[in-house]
Ligand binder design. Structure first.
Ligand code: ARG
Length: 587
């Protein structure tokens, strides 16, 4: 579509006396392609040209010579509409889509620019909360999208790996170790220890003091405390990594909060040197001119530093190390104020890169009643675990949800299987579909909105779901199998011509623009929405068997239609891959 818009904007630019980029930004898509494929609303021109929008549209339609590649110029009231030449459009739209040399939609626009993506960031030895899962899925999708556009992406897992809770764990561990010396420490044990501490601390005096003492030991580098801290961190990481693998995620860096222990002092000195910090009620703070913004607390009166202090040191460190073009923090809506404060301090420190730091907010995930009973639940029910209660951890929980998704997907596969091949790969497919269902559900709406998870929606083969897209991919692949011959690299699509085919081709051609928009808005749902629309466009074409027999005696037409199918399949597979969803060949 891009080049068509370019042709039009260049043709219109001298007539309107506007730069062609401005004209290009005005284009819209008419509601019905019988009106045209590209529309120019003339309202914004009325003042400048001293005429009514309808007059402008009609005048332009007579003044303008038919630009290359177009077959008709018409008007609908204030709109000037352009119809693309059906004969020529297919080859133009579909050229390069199946290219094996360069994935369609990929580009180099980000070349030489680094994006730091701060995502997932669970807290060590604490239950992995559900917002960490959202951050993981959204952040990973954004990483892939940026990479696809040529950016260098540094994915950072800013682990919460420092805090007084480690002292609590150490107390619990020491008692636990005495009771069961030979047992290994894994994430489940860590959670149990955490829970145990809080149970015991309620009944026993002095446990909190012991925990504080252990934390002081840790801070002063006591070897036993450090050994335990490393053990807990390692074991938690192993559990997280197991889940990351199921999502196909790898981090470039694990740089947790503890990494900044010895870097905060210098940061605080730089802040002080700028004269922007002050002591208020014994604490070190930076105040803001905007009185709606509470001061950013950097050091408590007892000398301890804070979450924000670490984030300031981390931001400086990241800029120093990567000279990022953008530093994106994929963190829940709730931390909005925290990031405004952190970015505010960076700005006051005079860093011009502060404007390139952005909080990529998202809403909460809630579970529908088909996932968790909402009633009073017993210990085995999931409900309690979504509230962040520590009785059972979310690590177990996420793994369980994934396992359940996989098991349910397996049933789905087996029930719908029409080929032996599918049954033979049922386990593999079940994992693909189960994970795909969860990932798509997270990415299907604009991220700032809260998401409701129900099995019914997430695994609905006929609804707006991951499995539906995967199923469409399998259907497309099956058409190619049925065709049975190798498709040539270059295909002549000029025998195509129906409106349904034109719509499919237009949808395919829109893919690069969609990716750019998703990146511009840091919004993976732009891609999810697009893939659903693409598939529904394709299914319209596909189900209309009367007009569209894909494989027929007409060789050229068959090749063009199979080629079109392969274009859709390619774009669908690429789009799914960018979201973090696998595209099965059969299902
Ligand atoms: N671990 C933090 C939490 O669970 C999130 C960290 C987000 N990233 C950051 N640089 N502050 O709330």
């Amino acid at each position: 579509m891009n080049s068509y818009k370019n042709i039009l904007s260049q043709a219109l630019s001298p007539l309107l006396g506007l730069p062609s980029e401005e004209v290009a930004a005005m284009f819209v898509t008419p509601p019905d392609s019988s009106m045209g494929d590209i529309g120019l609303p003339c309202f914004p021109l009325a003042k400048k040209l001293q005429q009514s929008p309808a007059q402008i549209a009609s005048k332009l339609s007579t003044q303008l010579e038919l630009p290359e590649g177009f077959s008709k110029i018409s008007t609908t009231g204030p709109y000037l509409n352009f119809t693309i030449d059906r004969q020529k459009m297919f080859n133009r739209f579909l050229a390069g889509v199946r290219s094996t040399a360069k994935p369609f939609g990929a580009s180099e626009i980000g070349k030489g620019q680094t994006v730091v993506m701060d995502y997932s960031h669970p807290n060590i030895a604490k239950p992995l909360a559900i917002h960490h899962v959202r951050s993981t899925i959204i952040g990973a999708a954004l990483c892939r999208l940026y990479k696809f556009l040529g950016y260098t992406v540094e994915g950072v897992n800013h682990l919460g790996d420092w805090g007084t809770n480690f002292g609590q764990l150490m107390v619990s561990y020491k008692r636990y170790e005495a009771a069961q010396p030979d047992q290994e420490v894994n994430i489940t044990r860590l959670l149990e220890m955490y829970i145990q501490f809080h149970k015991d601390a309620g009944n026993e005096e002095g446990l909190d003091d012991q925990a504080r003492e252990w934390f002081v030991k840790l801070e002063s580098g006591d070897p036993e405390a450090v050994r335990l801290w490393e053990l807990f961190r390692e074991e938690s990481l192993n559990a997280f990594k197991k889940l990351y693998r199921r999502f196909g995620i790898e981090f470039e860096h694990y740089i947790g909060e503890s990494f900044f222990n010895d870097k905060m002092e210098a940061t605080l000195e730089r802040i002080a040197a700028k004269g922007i910090s002050e002591i208020s009620e014994g604490a070190l703070v930076v105040k803001f001119e905007d009185d709606k913004m509470p001061p950013c607390l950097l050091r408590k009166s007892d000398g301890s530093t804070l979450y924000a202090t670490r984030d300031l040191a981390a931001a400086e460190y990241r800029y120093e190390r990567w000279h990022f073009a953008k530093c994106l923090y994929v963190v829940a809506n709730q931390q909005e104020l925290h990031f405004r404060q952190v970015f505010g301090v960076l700005e006051k420190m005079g860093y011009d890169w502060a404007k390139n730091c952005e909080h990529i907010k998202f809403g909460m995930l809630a579970f529908g009643p088909d996932v968790f009973p909402t009633e009073e639940e017993d210990d085995t029910a999931f409900g309690r675990r979504t509230t962040g209660s520590t009785r059972r951890g979310h690590i177990v929980f996420l793994e369980e949800v994934l396992d359940r998704a996989r098991d349910k997907a397996r049933d789905l596969v087996v029930d719908n299987a029409r080929e032996d091949e599918v049954l033979q790969h049922a386990d593999e497919l079940a994992e693909m579909i189960g994970v795909g269902a969860i990932v798509f559900n997270e990415l299907a709406q604009r991220r700032v909105k809260d998401v409701l998870f129900t099995w019914d929606k997430a695994l609905n083969l006929h609804g707006d779901s991951g499995p539906y897209l995967q199923y469409t991919h399998a259907r497309l692949s099956s058409v190619l199998r049925k065709y049975g011959k190798e498709l040539p690299e270059e295909i002549d699509y000029s025998t195509l011509g129906t409106e349904a085919e034109a719509e499919v081709a237009k949808a395919v051609a829109a893919f690069p623009e969609i990716i750019e928009r998703a990146v511009r808005e840091n919004e993976p749902s732009v891609v999810s929405d697009y893939l659903l629309a693409l598939c529904s466009e394709f299914n319209r074409f596909f189900t209309d068997k009367v007009t569209h027999r894909i494989i027929s005696d007409e060789e050229a037409l068959t090749l063009a239609r199979v080629g079109l199918v392969d274009c859709v399949r390619t774009v669908l597979a690429t789009g799914l891959g960018l979201l973090g969803i696998q595209a099965p060949e059969r299902m």
